[in-house]
Write a protein that binds this ligand. Structure first.
Ligand code: PGA
Length: 241
């Protein structure tokens, strides 16, 4: 795993932004795996600012997001569809028909998971997957105990994840308790992985990621099995390393 030390959140975001822009310039029809949450927001702001200034084009880029809540309509202000539209897609020239996110309102959720796996396969797989990390080591919504062999699946969210994400909702009762997420095996299939971490609340998780052995109790440790992982983390997230 390659570790890039950033000074702070802003620095982490702009380093990740430069890495992605370089990739897009050398492969303009890349498939990007995208994440939601507070961590990648600065990265998306930077990509949006670059588009405004330099018009780096996404016309031939495809994207596949890691996850979506079950039970929220796409238009809900807390859905990951809305997050991606508001924070990235509406600011760049990517056709929305080339952006893929699991449908958390599908009538048959098991079939939706299989369909999403087929969709990623049809895209030729993910070239570069962006990841955040949960305090409990989750990647996507793969909570501790998720088999490393898992593909896209339905998950019951951890109490700690529901609590962490309740900051976006008016009350904790409104946070969905299930989601669809790409599995660990789906994530490991990506050709390259870019994990971002910022702030002292992630320091323990980053320490485990770098020092533990691969163990399903700590989902992010699966990344040790991948040959092309870059971690961009700021000083606070690296304070225990
Ligand atoms: P955060 O979430 O970026 O909002 O901290 C990361 C994660 O839970 O994967």
């Amino acid at each position: 795993m390659k570790i890039v030390q950033a000074k702070n959140y802003q620095d982490m975001s702009s380093i990740a932004c430069q890495i992605i822009l370089e990739k897009i310039k050398s492969a303009p029809s890349l498939t990007l795996g995208l994440a939601t949450g507070s961590t990648p927001k600065g990265l998306y702001d930077c990509l949006a600012a670059d588009y405004k200034e330099n018009r780096t084009s996404y016309k031939n880029i495809h994207t596949a997001n890691l996850d979506e809540y079950i039970g929220l309509p796409k238009e809900d202000k807390n859905s990951y569809h809305t997050f991606m539209n508001e924070n990235l897609f509406k600011h760049i020239d990517i056709p929305l028909s080339q952006t893929y996110i699991p449908n958390g309102l599908a009538a048959d959720l098991t079939e939706e998971c299989r369909r999403y796996d087929r969709q990623i396969k049809m895209l030729g797989g993910i070239d570069l997957q962006v990841l955040g990390i949960g305090q409990n080591g989750h990647i996507g919504f793969n909570e501790p105990g998720t088999p490393f062999s898992s593909r896209t699946h339905v998950v019951d969210l951890d109490k700690s994840t529901i609590e962490a994400n309740s900051r976006f909702f008016s009350s904790i009762e409104e946070v969905p308790n299930q989601a669809i997420t790409m599995g660990i095996a789906s994530i490991l299939d990506s050709r390259e992985i870019l994990l971002l971490a910022s702030g002292k609340s992630k320091a323990e998780a980053v320490y485990h990621l770098l020092n533990g052995k691969p163990d399903e109790k700590f989902p992010a440790s699966a990344l040790q099995l991948h040959p092309q992982v870059t971690i961009v983390a700021d000083a606070e997230a690296l304070q225990k390393v």
